[in-house]
Write a protein that binds this ligand. Structure first.
Ligand code: NIG
Ligand code: FE
Length: 432
């Protein structure tokens, strides 16, 4: 058959092929094909396997020679707070001097300081700052990313952030999956009136968010920051059940700082994912595993805060919980855009084998945002989102850190970044 593009001479082709999310020992199987090749037509994978097999069936107009290096699916970042204005480097320095994240938040800094900066920024500026982050994500191999709102905290401000996500999704090669996080913090207008703010989220914000699904080209997820100093488990349950009734997918920030019951709410409601999960116990793991809630682990966050406790990933894997990795990119706890950095951290701080971390950052991450039918592995029919690494051993992704091993990024069958330089704008406008 005639194809548009053949990527050949792949020394280690990692397909990550799998019928469902990877759980337990399957996490260690990256579907390695030595001397592999991929044939691509109209932005999708039509053949994948050994070079001999693929060449027998396909002739291509254009070929990319991978020069014996690692070829793998693009990273999927399933948890990030992409859209914000400004930064909080002052708070970072205060924390180095001994102040805690919670102390800074209690005196009006923290999330609320980013809310002030984000509300004050022009739409154009907000989009431009977020687009620069997307460029750095793409250069490090992220080809699909979730994007949360949550620095608006009023109906018009939250809708403006959703509109920024629409604009970025249309114009940037990275495919975005929108998440509404109106319940990220209690806004200044509702101090000591948390229940009234929850009413606003449930009665006004959620229906308006649902009505934006056409512009967003996707049904958004709804997320809640359930923790001490944020929303409690009962409030999270109320918001997420209302979101479910409107047909939205649901996620939750659970047990990041304190164990307040968010993981059980996720299990009870059958959330797509529960994220952070640092302060969890064996009962929580069993509940998540029983329902198949994806555990999105974010080791960049304790690292970013200089804390020493990480999610108990090994225990979770042993308990049959399916795990994914994300950046948690945000201006407060973790200003990190790089999935390879997260893989390097995950292997050291949570004892993930390189193969486990790669499975969690690709296929399982795609499951965590409901996109595994499209991306996350190199399988026939999926989008041709492919990385060529500057390495012939995939374990280098965990072993070597601080540089950028992602040499070439192919999105929907077209090269969009090369040696850390972004080359192309959106491949197929509006495509999802
Ligand atoms: O995932 N925990 C809530 N949200 C972020 C922090 C956001 C911020 O500090 O701006 C997190 O850590
Ligand atoms: Fe987060």
């Amino acid at each position: 058959m005639k194809v548009d593009l053949l990527i050949h001479n792949c020394g280690q082709l990692l397909t990550l092929a799998s019928a469902g999310p990877k759980i337990g020992p399957a996490l260690r199987d990256v579907g390695l094909v030595p001397h592999g090749a991929i044939a691509i037509r109209e932005g999708r994978i039509v053949l994948v396997g050994s070079e001999a097999e693929v060449r027998q069936q396909a002739s291509a107009q254009v070929e990319i020679d991978a020069q014996g290096r690692v070829v793998m699916p693009g990273f999927v970042d399933p948890h990030n707070h992409l859209v914000f204005a400004g930064d909080r480097v002052e708070e970072f320095e205060q924390r180095l001097g001994g102040a805690s994240y919670q102390e800074i938040a209690a005196r009006g800094g923290g999330i609320l300081s980013s809310v002030r900066a984000t509300r004050a920024a022009s739409f154009q500026d907000l989009v431009a700052q977020s687009r620069a982050r997307l460029d750095r994500m793409l250069a490090q191999g992220t080809t699909t990313a979730e994007a949360k709102t949550g620095y608006g905290l009023s109906l018009p401000d939250e809708l403006r952030l959703l509109q920024a996500i629409v604009e970025l999704g249309r114009s940037h090669p990275i495919d975005l999956v929108p998440t509404f996080l109106g319940a990220h913090a209690i806004p200044p207008e509702y101090v000591a009136q948390a229940e009234e703010y929850v009413d606003l989220v449930v009665e006004e914000m959620l229906p308006a968010v649902r009505d934006r699904r056409r512009e967003l080209n996707a049904t958004p997820f709804c997320d809640v920051f359930c923790d001490e100093g944020a929303f409690n488990a009962a409030q999270a349950r109320r918001i997420l059940s209302a979101a479910q009734r409107l047909g939205l997918g649901i996620k939750i920030h659970a047990e990041e700082f304190a164990r307040t019951g968010g993981a059980r709410v996720a299990a009870e409601l059958g959330a797509t994912s529960a994220d952070h999960l640092i302060q969890t116990d064996s009962g929580d793991w069993a509940a998540l595993a029983a329902v198949g809630v994806m555990a999105v682990l974010l080791p960049g966050t304790p690292f970013g805060l200089g804390l020493s406790k990480y999610a108990p990933a090994r225990e979770m894997i042993a308990a049959g919980v399916s795990i994914a990795l994300g950046t948690d990119l945000n201006p407060g706890t973790c200003y990190c855009e790089s999935m390879p950095t997260i893989i390097a951290l995950a292997s050291r701080t949570m004892r993930l084998a390189p193969a486990e971390a790669i499975s969690a950052a690709t296929l399982n991450a795609a499951h965590a945002i409901g996109r595994a039918h499209e991306v996350g592995s190199l399988e026939v029919g999926k989008r041709a989102d492919v990385l060529v690494l500057d390495s012939d051993d995939y374990r280098d992704l965990a072993y070597r850190f601080g540089g950028n091993l992602v040499a070439r990024v192919i999105k929907d069958g077209r090269e969009v970044a090369s040696n850390s330089v972004v080359l192309a704008a959106k491949v197929r406008p509006g495509a999802h």
